[in-house]
Write a protein that binds this ligand. Structure first.
Ligand code: HEM
Length: 133
């Protein structure tokens, strides 16, 4: 297909998307800001994120087929997402994207879209993490 008609999903390919998801959660699993809110076993989280990113990047609607409308902000409400946690999530993702190696302009577009979505996921001011002092 001519390059300008490819989706991001087609441009990076399914295999690389899986490698990206694995590289991302490897970092999440050891990030001190993120471990308190993520499950210890990230197998199911990874599976859902791979489904979500497949459709988010223009591939088949795998997430919606199994889980219904993403309603991402609502699904994140149980977790206190502060600006610091947003930054932590994005830094894990940025490092994973760089590790995997994605050609331009896709690398830039992916990071822009994920940054916008991450901004929309914040639901808690910095000083209300719900943790004891
Ligand atoms: C801004 C920082 C973010 C934090 C701290 C965060 C945190 C979390 C947590 C704790 C879960 C639950 C994991 C589980 O119980 O399995 C989750 C699920 C999920 N997150 Fe995020 N997230 C963030 C941003 C994003 C963004 C930007 C996206 C999409 C691009 C995203 C997509 C998802 C998806 C698809 C799920 C699975 C939802 C489901 O249960 O079906 N998250 N996230």
């Amino acid at each position: 297909m001519p390059q300008e008609h490819r989706s991001i999903y087609e441009a990076i390919g399914d295999e690389k998307l899986q490698i990206l998801v694995d590289a991302f959660y490897k970092r999440v699993a050891s990030h001190p800001e993120l471990t308190p809110i993520f499950p210890a076993d990230l197998t199911e989280t990874k599976r859902k994120q791979k489904q979500f990113l497949t459709q988010f990047f223009g591939g088949p609607p795998l997430y919606i087929q199994e889980h219904g409308h993403p309603m991402l902000r609502a699904r994140h409400m149980p977790f206190p997402i502060t600006p610091t946690r947003r930054d932590a999530w994005l830094s894990c993702m940025r490092e994973a994207v760089f590790e995997v190696g994605i050609e331009q302009p896709y690398e830039r577009i992916i990071l822009e879209r994920l940054t916008m979505t991450a901004n929309n996921m914040m639901n808690t001011p910095e000083d209300e993490k719900g943790e004891s002092m």
